[in-house]
Structures are given as C-alpha cells and as structure tokens.
Ligand binder design. Sequence first.
Ligand code: ZN
Length: 275
Amino acid sequence: MAELPELRILSRQMDHELAGRRVEQVLVNQEKCLNLPVEEFAGRLSGRTLAAATSYGKWLRLALEDGQVLLINPGMGADIRYHGPGQDWPEKYQFGVTLDGGAGFSVRFWWFGHVHLLAQEERASHKPTAGLGPDALSPEVTREWLAGLLRKGSRSAIKNVMLDQRRIAGIGNAYAHDVFFEARVHPLRVAGSLNEEEISRLYTAMVRVLERAIELGGVERDFYGKGGNEDSWGDLMIIGYKEGKPCPACGSSIEKIRTGSTSGFICPSCQPAAG
Ligand SMILES: [Zn+2]
C-alpha cells in the first residue's frame, strides 16, 4: 500500500540520493511496466542526469535535466530501494537504474506498477497523470478549494469524492478512515451536506493525518529498506483497522462498515451517519 505519505517519504530520500547523478544502465526485467519499447526507453534515459525527485498523489516524479520526466506508480505497493556502491541488489525486480559513481536503485512491484518516461511535451497528454487532481498537500489545496470540491461532488458520498484521484490525488483507503474520524464525519455522508464547520474540520483532519503519517515514517519501508510501520500499523493509525477497539475520543467500539466497494472504519458515536 502506497499513498501520499509513503511516496512523499520516498521522494525526499530519492531526491537526496539521486539529484545530480547520471544514469548509466537501464535494467528492465518486465517490459510491460514501461510506456515505450525497452530499447527506446533505455536509449532516452541512459546518459541523462537526474535533476530532482518529487511525489504527486500516488506517483513518483524524477525530473531529468534535459526536460524529460521519469514517472513511477507503485500500484498496490512496491519495494523501491537504493543500492549504494558495492551493495547487493535484490534477486528480483522489474526495473532498475545504475548511476555514475556505482550506486543505483531498483523497483520491485508487489503486483503491477508503471514506469513511464515522458518528454516535456508529452506530459500534458499522458492519460494516467494529466487528469489527476491536485496533490492533497499541495498549496493549491486550501480549505476554500476543498469546499468547492465538495460542492461539485454534491450528491456523492464524501469518501468517493476524497478518494477519487481525478479530483484530489494521494488519499487512498488506508488513511481515509482516520481523516474522516479526525473530522468527526461519517464517510458515507453526502458531500454537499457538510456544513462550513465540518468542511473546516475535514480540511484540517486531512492535512494533519497525512503530515502525521509522514512524520511517523508511513507504513512501508523507505528507500533504504528501513523504517515504516509494516508490523505496527496500530501505532500509525488512529482508528483505521481497529475494529472492536475503543474509540480514543469516547470509548465506543470501532466498527467496520461497507463503503461502496471498500471497507471503512468508524466510531458510530463520533461519526453519526446523518449530519
Ligand atoms: Zn468515538
């Protein structure tokens, strides 16, 4: 599982290790994760210098000095690992890059993911990313912007609106539970039914939950194979995945409910179904 916090942590570490390094070899063990034939992909990437790494929603973006951008989407999750000079590489990975100076990184998708290389002029027509909403922690996403988003999705459940990457990018089902709990709103409330105070609470909760997860290291291991809370989700999540445990605010039992095609965790007392 990789949502905004995990990708933000990775991208900061990737930026630290990769910016200014030149790509030597491009290693591809699964051509179908690429957007180009492997020869063309490798030809366009080798010899180029990486300028900066950032994340956007559930995508990692490595900008190259020549204006191209390398995009990585981990899908359900991926081990994206840095290998210093002389360090062992994993046995299995779908994509990797070696860099000048002997370091490199590998990408092992757990299920299926994407590695796309785009020229500057191809970015606007790249279907998977061109249609994304703004990153949930970008400066563009203000309380007023969120109020507008909820009005536009007025008859949908807020959970559907907040998880729709075309509207706002980066929140998935893992952190959504805590966002709605911290806001004290039920995830199936109709978006347009939230009052001004609830919208303010939702905005504050979204920022707080995502930033807290970044601070605590997210769920997954990082670029160095360290950190994360894979075995201790309980320390990271507030009520998410805690069915039957007491609500930290009121003591009621946390419930697991169906929210469309996904599950949700709520406190029935703190998050009443109707506003
Ligand atoms: Zn409660």
